[in-house]
Design a protein around this ligand. Structure first.
Ligand code: TYC
Length: 110
């Protein structure tokens, strides 16, 4: 008999150290949209390169997305769990800053 097999007062076996099984569905982690904002100064080619580098888009997808942001003012780059979205935003802002472009990137809960 191990520690976990000991009977409790009701005669039931099982450990008080182990969490009870719940019938509730496990909650999926919340997802966040990573968004890029248009501006008048960041070169189009830079935005395309960035979308390919950080959001795993091919050239065509990146060009389409860049043009959508250019015309609409804002656009979706991808949807990720919170920590990954935070990292993408940080890397984009670092990359833009290092290249002296005013590009802005943000995230919002889906
Ligand atoms: N509007 C910029 C230009 O004409 C291009 C651009 C597109 C900038 C998307 C930012 O998120 C952006 N050079």
């Amino acid at each position: 008999m191990t520690e976990n097999d000991r009977k409790d007062a009701s005669g039931a076996t099982g450990s008080s150290l182990v969490a009870e099984k719940s019938r509730a569905k496990p909650k999926k982690p919340p997802l966040y949209k990573v968004l890029l904002l248009n501006d008048d100064y960041t070169p189009m080619e830079f935005v395309v390169l960035l979308l390919m580098r950080f959001f795993n888009m091919n050239q065509g997808q990146a060009e389409q997305t860049m043009l959508q942001i250019h015309t609409k003012g804002i656009g979706l780059c991808g949807v990720y769990p919170r920590e990954i979205a935070e990292t993408k935003v940080r890397l984009v802002l670092e990359f833009a800053g290092e290249n002296e472009h005013p590009l802005q990137c943000t995230m919002e809960k889906e």
